[in-house]
Design a protein around this ligand. Structure first.
Ligand SMILES: [Zn+2]
Length: 151
């Protein structure tokens, strides 16, 4: 599994720890089935289908929603917990069909996924330390406001 780092406000972190404690006390079976193991995409309402290469399901319509299966034996990490929170939020939103991708979006996502798979297979998805540093410097340069001209 690949991971991304994210910075969250302290109150969200504290709430997540408390929610995890509550959840573990009540048991994972307390999570509603449509949130824990959705048959329909919480985002767009389409069918979910199992992935061939991971214990997870993804939206068959291609809206991009994916959810990993929860392995109670491995415990519940904060990332999994936050993912469940998002699933529960999306499940409650009305008009899910508004999130359903157009055929052109599905085609574009499939093309991007193909490019990513090819890059990963060739090892092109890994940046060297120098490339990472260069990207950071370029992003900082773009963010920096232009210097005021001296009279
Ligand atoms: Zn979907």
């Amino acid at each position: 599994m690949e991971y991304k780092s994210v910075k969250i406000p302290e109150w969200v972190y504290v709430n997540a720890l408390a929610a995890r404690t509550d959840l573990l006390r009540r048991g994972l079976d307390a999570i509603p089935a449509d949130v824990r193991d959705p048959r329909n995409c919480p985002r767009c309402g389409s069918k979910m289908e199992p992935l061939a290469d991971a214990p997870a399901v993804e939206c068959a319509a291609g809206c991009g929603y994916r959810q990993d299966s929860i392995d109670a034996a491995e415990g519940v990490g904060l990332g999994v917990l936050l993912g469940l929170g998002l699933a529960a939020l999306l499940e409650r939103l009305p008009n899910k069909e508004q999130a359903r991708p157009t055929p052109a979006q599905v085609k574009a996502r499939a093309a991007i996924a193909g490019i990513r798979r090819t890059a990963k297979a060739r090892g092109l998805d890994k940046l060297t330390d120098e490339e990472v540093e260069s990207e950071i410097k370029a992003a900082r340069r773009e963010r920096r406001p232009p210097r005021a001209k001296r009279p």
